[in-house]
Design a protein around this ligand. Structure first.
Ligand SMILES: *[C@@H]1O[C@H](CO)[C@@H](O)[C@H](O)[C@H]1NC(C)=O
Ligand SMILES: *[C@@H]1O[C@H](CO)[C@@H](O)[C@H](O)[C@H]1NC(C)=O
Ligand SMILES: *[C@@H]1O[C@H](CO)[C@@H](O)[C@H](O)[C@H]1NC(C)=O
Length: 579
């Protein structure tokens, strides 16, 4: 059976559709369950990664064939709505056709070669997906970025990555034009817009005229696929490089186990404003033949999210915890989510309180997962496993995840330490290759046999991981180590707290103390602040250890957040410490 599956995969890899040599006998029509089982076995590290792999050719085009053969429910593969009534629906076949046209634009007019780098900064429009897939077809390396990048950010990224092309939309044009003279490698500026601009090629015009015939470039699994700029707390952003195999095959297993996707599911990930990791959605959904649903959603709007869930047959939802926190403030009984059956979250810590409220109001469990730009999913609460509220679940295979000290020694159960992923003797295939041009940083992230994530946690006797905070977020008050998420979770259980961020603040005696920035729930803003502070402090002492209570409290109207909705504790901390 195994052997047969493998030969099936190899046949599909060498199939006569596309590039791979002279057309021989047409391959037998692949069957979804067998194809997915093969990809999943590779994803779990049970089968070797094939030498050649290209997601567009080896996954998307295979689904296109299976769809044609009637092996898939009649769902679209991609479904985009803008809230004004416009919808775009593509089958796998249409996605294939459009992305081949896009690949011809990149290879033709833009003369993009395999290995060339392309910066991709687009809002949530269908072209984002087309261009991502087109990049794969041409063997180009994509560098996703968010529309909020400043001139300085853009210049730095274009210079260090030596990107040859940038593709973006109207809003970024002035910023790119202001710095493009300083970026000698930048040869082509592509604009996704309905109007023309001087110095820019019009992608939509070019796409209309492009041919639908395109031979997918034959990429090796180890060839680069994407570069992610990851910002640490110190120094300039680093470039984490992923390969054709690492990302696209790395998510297949968690796509099924954590996101629980099948070919009849419609998956909406609202989190996609932080475009940097938007590819996660693509690689977790499409191998399973699921439909990716996208709402243009120019800004987070809770009512729009709820209405969309009620109106469209979305089965699977992913939002960052901050959005779920806002959703549970609404009266959810007023909405009927007819198709919704599985909800996942990640990107930051999920307060148990939010999970419980979501569950009691919708009857649906919230499955938390955890990972980084450098990795695929590291830990997750998978469907069918018992959830321990407040834990980010168990290690996600094929990773061996351990809590280690600063030298990379495994710590005893229950002890706080670094979240480490084993990379020796064997580096998992689903892992970034390195920080480009930065061997020092690459080496600094490794201790002994482990890659150090920079997050602190402990593991319990059942193998569940309990997140404590980013390394730099942990507060050291008179030698007591306090994780901000414990305090935030405790605060979240108080009805006065809409959301909070907990950071260290200088203190002449204790060195550091806990300070909580709190956004009050409506209805509490008129309370006497002194009284309320005392009440909240007593509350935290009661629900968690007394030494963790916030000695300082500030009520604020909002918290600083990244574009993807994560709370930026570092901003508040710097403010506290006058940095
Ligand atoms: C943009 O320019 C192309 C030729 O470069 C032209 O064919 C097209 O009509 C122009 N589109 C608009 C909207 O002006
Ligand atoms: C949803 O998208 C965000 C950012 O684009 C990503 O970090 C997250 O992993 C995605 N979730 C899933 C389940 O694919
Ligand atoms: C925590 O602070 C104490 C002094 O208050 C110091 O001695 C200790 O080294 C610090 N611990 C860490 C891990 O930074």
């Amino acid at each position: 059976m195994r052997l047969w599956l493998r030969s099936l995969l190899l046949q599909s890899l060498r199939s006569s559709r596309g590039f791979c040599g002279p057309p021989g006998r047409p391959p037998p029509s692949p069957v979804p369950s067998e194809m997915v089982a093969t990809w999943e076995a590779i994803s779990l590290g049970r089968q070797p990664v094939p030498e050649y792999f290209n997601f567009a050719h080896d996954v998307l085009d295979v689904w296109s064939q299976m769809e044609k053969d009637g092996h898939r429910p009649p769902n679209p593969a991609f479904w985009w709505v803008d809230g004004l009534g416009t919808e775009v629906k593509w089958s796998f076949e249409e996605l294939g056709k459009q992305s081949r046209k896009a690949a011809n634009v990149l290879q033709g007019v833009c003369s993009l070669q395999p290995g060339d780098r392309m910066m991709l900064v687009l809002p949530r429009i269908p072209e984002w997906w087309l261009v991502s897939v087109a990049c794969m077809r041409t063997g180009a390396v994509m560098i996703p970025g968010v529309s909020q990048l400043t001139e300085k950010d853009l210049k730095y990224r274009l210079q260090v990555s030596r990107a040859k092309i940038i593709i973006t939309s109207d809003s970024l044009v002035p910023r790119v034009d202001a710095i493009s003279a300083d970026c000698p490698s930048l040869q082509t500026k592509l604009l996704v817009s309905d109007s023309n601009r001087s110095g820019w090629l019009n992608f939509r015009e070019l796409l209309r005229e492009a041919s639908t015939e395109h031979n997918c470039v034959r990429t090796k699994s180890g060839d680069p696929l994407a570069i992610y700029f990851t910002s640490g707390t110190t120094g300039a952003p680093k470039m984490a490089e992923h390969t054709q195999g690492s990302y696209s095959l790395g998510f297949v297993a968690s796509g099924r186990r954590w996101v629980a996707l099948t070919d009849s599911d419609i998956f909406w990930n609202t989190t996609d404003t932080g475009w940097v990791k938007a590819a996660w959605t693509l690689f977790s959904a499409w191998p399973h033949g699921s439909c990716i649903f996208v709402h243009e959603l120019p800004r987070v709007d809770v009512k729009v999210i709820l209405k969309t869930l009620a109106r469209f047959p979305i089965t699977t939802l992913c939002c960052v915890p901050t959005i779920f926190r806002l959703l549970v403030q609404e009266d959810l009984t007023r909405y009927q989510f007819q198709s919704l059956k599985h909800c996942v979250t990640g990107g930051e810590f999920l307060n148990p309180d939010v999970r419980e409220k979501w569950k009691s109001q919708t009857g649906l469990e919230l499955y938390e997962g955890y990972g980084q730009s450098e990795t695929v999913v590291i830990c997750a609460n998978t469907k069918g496993e018992n959830i321990k509220s407040g834990s980010m679940g168990k290690a996600s295979p094929p990773y061996d995840v351990q809590i280690v000290d600063d030298e990379g020694n495994i710590l005893p159960q229950g002890e706080e330490g670094n979240v480490g992923v084993r990379i020796r003797p064997t580096r998992p295939f689903c892992f970034f290759s390195c920080y480009l041009n930065n061997p020092e940083k690459t080496a600094a992230a490794e201790r002994g046999s482990f890659y150090i994530t920079g997050d602190r946690a402990h593991m319990d006797k059942d193998g569940y991981f309990w997140f404590m905070g980013r390394n730099d977020d942990v507060i050291n008050s008179s030698g007591y180590r306090i994780g901000p998420v414990d305090v935030e979770s405790a605060l979240a259980e108080h009805p006065a707290v809409l959301e909070s961020a907990v950071v260290s603040s200088p203190d002449p005696i204790r060195g550091e103390v806990v300070k909580a920035f709190i956004v009050l729930s409506p209805g509490y803003t008129s309370r006497d602040p002194e009284e309320l502070i005392q009440e909240l402090q007593e509350h935290v002492k009661r629900v968690t250890a007394p030494y963790k209570y916030p000695r300082k409290v500030a009520f604020v109207s909002e918290l600083p957040k990244t574009v993807s909705g994560k709370i930026q504790r570092s901003k508040l901390r710097n403010q506290e410490w006058g940095r």
